[in-house]
Ligand binder design. Structure first.
Ligand code: PSU
Ligand code: MN
Length: 307
C-alpha cells in the first residue's frame, strides 16, 4: 500500500480555523485522488496516531491547548498523555518509524533571521558584556537536523519565507541533505516561486525524483531528501508584496519577545491578518499542490523499490 505522511502542526498551529479543518480534509482527499493513502500524524491522549479519524482532525483543528511537538517533545507528550500536533521533525521521525517514506508539508522550518539592527536587540541591564545574546540568532528549526538524520523524502514549497533562506540552504548543504527543485532551478520561497537562490539539482518528473531518492538511500545515506515544489503561478504572492508584511510581523514578534516554538505560529497568524487572508490562501494552495506531487513521487518510488 502506498502511504503518504502528512503533518498536523499546520492544522493546529499554522492555519486559522475553519480553513485548517477544510484544508486537512482536502489534503487527504487529494492524496487519495492521486493513488496514495494519507496518514496524518499526531499524538492524541498520549497515543501515536499514524492516520487520523475525522473526529480527531476536528479536535486538532478546534481544540485549544494542543501542543506543538518537535522531536524533543515526543516522549513528554506520550508519557504525560497529552494531545499534540507534530511538526516536520516529529512527523518525519514517526513516519520513518511507521515505514512511510514520503511526506508532504507546506514549508519546512529553517534558520530564523537575525535582526540587522543591533538597537533592536534585547536590552539587559545586567548583561556583563555589550555583546547581548539574541534568541533569534540561535533559532534553528528542529526540522533541519531531522532532515539530516531521518531517511524520509519531504515534499515542500521550500522553507517558509519568514526565515533566512540562504542560511537554511547552507545548513542543508553542510549536513548533506539533497535539495531537489521540482521543474525549477530555484529554491522556492514558499509564498513566492522565486528566491534568487539556486538548488543543487533539478528534477522534471516523479520518476526523476524517485530515482535520486532511491539512489541516495541505496548508498546507505541515512538522511532525508528535500523536494522543493514552487507554489503554482496563479496562487503566488510576489516576493515584493509579501516581504514588507513579513518584516513587520517579525519585528512585532521581536518586540513582544516571542521566542522558541511560538515564533512561527505568531508570524503566520500575523501575516494572515496583514494580508487579509491572502497568505492563508497561498499556503493552502501550495499545500494541495505539494500533496499531489508527493503522491506521485510515492507511487514512482513504489515502482522502483516496492515496500
Ligand atoms: N508548513 C506550513 N505551515 C506550518 C508548518 C509547515 O505550511 O505551520 C509548520 C511545520 O510543522 C514546521 C513548523 O515543522 O511549521 C516549523 O516550526 P519551527 O519554526 O518552530 O521549527
Ligand atoms: Mn525555532
Amino acid at each position: 500500500m502506498m502511504l503518504l505522511a502528512l503533518e498536523s502542526t499546520l492544522i493546529a498551529h499554522g492555519l486559522p480555523y475553519p480553513h485548517n479543518l477544510a484544508a486537512a480534509r482536502e489534503l487527504e482527499a487529494i492524496a487519495r485522488a492521486h493513488g496514495a493513502q494519507p496518514r496524518t500524524i499526531a499524538i492524541i491522549g498520549g497515543e501515536i496516531k499514524i492516520g487520523l479519524s475525522d473526529a480527531e482532525l476536528q479536535h486538532l483543528a478546534r481544540a485549544q491547548g494542543v501542543l506543538k511537538l518537535a522531536r524533543r517533545d515526543l516522549a513528554m507528550a506520550l508519557a504525560q498523555k497529552r494531545d499534540g500536533a507534530t511538526t516536520v521533525s516529529a512527523t518525519m521521525f514517526l513516519a520513518h518509524r511507521a515505514g512511510i517514506r514520503v511526506f508532504a508539508t507546506g514549508g519546512i522550518g529553517g534558520v530564523h533571521r537575525t535582526p540587522k539592527d543591533e538597537g533592536r536587540r534585547q536590552k539587559d541591564e545586567n548583561a556583563p558584556s555589550s555583546f547581548i545574546p539574541h534568541p533569534s540568532s540561535f533559532d534553528v528549526s528542529a526540522d533541519l537536523p531531522e532532515l539530516a538524520r531521518t531517511p524520509v523524502a519531504v515534499v515542500c514549497a521550500g522553507a517558509k519565507a519568514i526565515l533566512d533562506l540562504p542560511a537554511t540552504l547552507e545548513w542543508l548543504e553542510t549536513f548533506g541533505v539533497p535539495v531537489l527543485g521540482w521543474q525549477t532551478d530555484e529554491f522556492p520561497a514558499f509564498y513566492s516561486r522565486a528566491s534568487g537562490l539556486r538548488v543543487p539539482a533539478r528534477v522534471e518528473s516523479a520518476e526523476d525524483a524517485a530515482r535520486v531518492i532511491q539512489t541516495h538511500w541505496e548508498l546507505g545515506m541515512s538522511s532525508g531528501v528535500l523536494v522543493c515544489v514552487p507554489i503554482p503561478h496563479q496562487d503566488e504572492i510576489p516576493r515584493a508584496v509579501i516581504e514588507p508584511h513579513i518584516e513587520r510581523a517579525l519585528r512585532e514578534a521581536e518586540e513582544r519577545r516571542i521566542v522558541g516554538g511560538a515564533v512561527t505560529p505568531f508570524v503566520l497568524a500575523r501575516l494572515a491578518e496583514l494580508t487579509q487572508g491572502a497568505s492563508v490562501r497561498a499556503n493552502i494552495a501550495l499545500l494541495k499542490n505539494n500533496v499531489a506531487v508527493a503522491a506521485e513521487i510515492a507511487q514512482a518510488l513504489q515502482v522502483i523499490r516496492p515496500t
